[in-house]
Design a protein around this ligand. Structure first.
Ligand SMILES: [Zn+2]
Ligand SMILES: [Zn+2]
Length: 299
């Protein structure tokens, strides 16, 4: 099972991003937002929100459906609203123009439960509707919403870990359907594990397989490595679908926090890939059908 980097095709050498310091400046404000979401995930407060695992009739259950498919999630609306408001507040602090969405939000309704649903299934139109009603920039709310679902999805992944099909062979998360945030090349044997940045689920995919389109022809797969760096971080690219995925060597599995911080701290790799016109898919391969509603026992 030993493999070498050359097995991935021609490793393109690209210059390191010169404005690294500027970049760090740019992403630093996001650390606070991430911290709000990750702290909520680590607190365990969302464990009671995890729905029953949808009944999986083995005969009818599509082998490509993530565990969340068909779930009916009931959320404490106040908890959801509190988290979203905390995130919006943190986003306000990160703004350079001094204006604040929190102020404008007072007295306006923000459908936090609807927002969680829209974020999980990645319904951009619904996020935009909720943003318009609340007087918040839609793109900012999209980011906030993805952070807001982390505690709930992380709790699902923790409780359902043993139900993840061992034969899962897809590039998307077997729990929440998201594309992997990054790939780990783990341990001395550098086994490739894909990691979900929303729920921290961890699943294997062969080194020579594109997570997005399933390409396995090694002539169609390559890597980009920042110049002057050792092989601890790189970008895996697919010439067939023009997709890219950041990959990092690690000894141990990353925690949700480490995944998020590693992703945020490697924006230079995203730029290296995007400058060469590689992209991450804007749509999920599988659109979840789930319901998210307000729990009646909401205090
Ligand atoms: Zn996931
Ligand atoms: Zn591909």
């Amino acid at each position: 099972m030993q493999r070498t980097t050359s097995g991935l095709g021609i490793a393109g050498r690209v210059p390191g991003y010169e404005a690294q310091a500027q970049l760090e400046q740019a992403w630093r404000p996001w650390v606070k937002l991430l911290d709000v979401a990750v702290q909520a995930a680590e607190s365990g407060a969302w464990a009671s929100t995890v729905p029953q695992l949808p009944a999986q009739n083995s005969a009818a259950w599509p082998p490509y459906a993530p565990l969340l498919e068909g779930a009916s999630i009931r959320v404490d609306a106040r908890r959801a609203r509190k988290l979203v408001r905390e995130l919006i507040h943190a986003a306000d602090e990160a703004r350079e123009d001094g204006a604040g969405w929190s102020t404008g939000l007072r007295g306006r309704r923000l459908d936090a439960v609807g927002l969680l649903h829209a974020a999980i299934v990645r319904d951009h139109a619904a996020v935009t509707r909720i943003a318009t009603r609340a007087g918040i920039d839609a793109q900012a709310l999209e980011v906030i919403a993805q952070l807001a679902v982390m505690p709930l999805l992380h709790a699902c992944a923790e409780q359902w870990r043993e139900h993840i099909p061992s034969a899962w062979t897809h590039g998307y998360c077997p729990v929440c359907a998201a594309w992997p945030t990054l790939a780990e090349l783990r341990g001395l044997e550098r086994s490739r594990r894909l990691r979900c940045g929303r729920c921290a689920t961890d699943w294997p995919l062969p080194v020579l397989e594109c997570a997005y389109c399933g390409e396995t022809n090694h002539d169609q797969l390559g890597t980009l490595t920042p110049e002057g760096e050792s092989q601890t971080r790189r970008v895996e690219v697919c010439y067939t679908c023009k997709g890219y995925l950041k990959a990092f060597t690690t000894l141990r599995p990353m925690t949700l926090r480490t995944i998020a911080m590693t992703d945020l701290g490697s924006v230079d790799l995203d730029l290296i890939a995007q400058e060469r016109e590689y992209a991450r898919p804007s749509q999920y391969a599988h659109t979840l059908t789930i319901s998210v509603s307000r729990a009646s026992a909401s205090r």
